[in-house]
Design a binder for this molecule. Structure first.
Ligand code: C2E
Ligand code: MG
Ligand code: MG
Ligand code: MG
Length: 273
């Protein structure tokens, strides 16, 4: 199998967004076959409490294990899955898998990424209800991660989120601060959790604009009674500073990379320093 990486080694296989339609169609066909063959896996990345580093939740992150190409990261195929509509069956599979796995982890919640196309699907709310019922996972242990862009224009997507919230499911705004950010969104969109994007977290230990925004978002969230998760934490210094700024939860390579369900709670070194 070819080597994984973002160094362009996939360029031979995976078309860029502006690649010819034929390439996109070939990738979509590959996705459809892979879905039929069961070539997808769900990894889980711990979300930890600060400063204890206790695992409080996990984020489900999908991987495509192509028999010839090896592991393909989601950035390389999710966009094509969205445009082809295949994200609907793929996302439904991830949701069911994540609910089933998480039902075995008492006290731990699971976050599942939901693409705009899924939110617009009229069956989405019912699909979530079935995934919960089949797995036995309590609704309050499921968090659906949506992006600002997906809910920016209101409409059916926001109606779906309101229904899900009535069921007890929580909603997180993912990559917060990188999309069509509007603080008004925090008033009009049903939201429980802000996930502050890695691009801001990266700058939290140096004085500067990014640190100011990270601190401001912590204050906004606490005033609006929203939970906060700092994404992409890579150093102990970042974790410490985030804790000082009021972040109670964090996620990043410092604590753990995404791992298979089978090893999630094995030899994680998550004690505080
Ligand atoms: P995301 O939802 O923002 O997920 C976080 C991404 O950041 C993951 O990349 C994770 O591996 C990576 N990450 C976490 N901690 C660190 C860190 O400390 N440093 C660095 N450099 N990266 C870190 P991944 O797994 O490649 O996923 C990329 C994106 O693909 C996700 O971003 C999400 O938007 C999308 N995605 C993944 N799985 C699914 C899925 O099942 N459905 C949908 N619709 N989208 C998905
Ligand atoms: Mg996410
Ligand atoms: Mg994110
Ligand atoms: Mg992201």
């Amino acid at each position: 199998a070819a080597k994984a990486g973002r160094d362009g080694s996939w360029a031979r296989f995976v078309p860029a967004l502006d690649a010819p339609a034929a390439d996109q169609a070939r990738l979509a066909a590959g996705l459809r076959d892979g879905l039929g063959r069961g070539d997808f896996r769900v990894l889980y990345q711990p979300i930890v409490e600060l400063p204890s580093r206790r695992i409080t939740g996990v984020e489900a992150l999908v991987r495509w294990h192509d028999p010839e190409r090896g592991v393909i990261p989601p950035d390389q195929f999710i966009p094509v899955a969205e445009r082809s509509g295949l994200i609907v069956p793929l996302g439904q599979w991830v949701l069911r898998e994540a609910c089933r796995d998480a039902s075995a982890w008492p006290g731990v919640y699971v976050c599942v990424n939901v693409s705009p196309r899924q939110l617009d699907d009229p069956d989405f709310v019912a699909d979530v209800a079935v995934a919960l019922a089949d797995s036995g996972l309590p609704a309050d242990r499921l968090v659906l991660e949506v992006t600002e862009t997906a809910v920016f224009n209101g409409g059916p997507a926001v109606d779906a989120l309101n229904l899900l919230r009535e069921m007890g499911v929580r909603i997180a705004l993912d990559d917060f601060g990188t999309g069509q950010s509007s603080l008004g969104l925090l008033l009009t969109c049903p939201v429980d959790v802000l996930k502050v994007d890695k691009s801001f977290v990266d700058g939290v230990t140096e004085p500067g604009e990014r640190a100011v925004i990270v601190q401001f978002l912590s204050q906004v969230a606490s005033g609006l009674n929203l939970d906060t998760v700092a994404e992409g934490v890579e150093t102990p210094e970042q974790a410490e500073r985030l804790h000082e700024l009021g972040y109670r939860k964090a996620q990043g390579y410092l604590f753990s990379k995404p791992v298979p369900a089978s090893t999630l709670f094995l030899d994680r070194v998550l004690s505080y320093r």
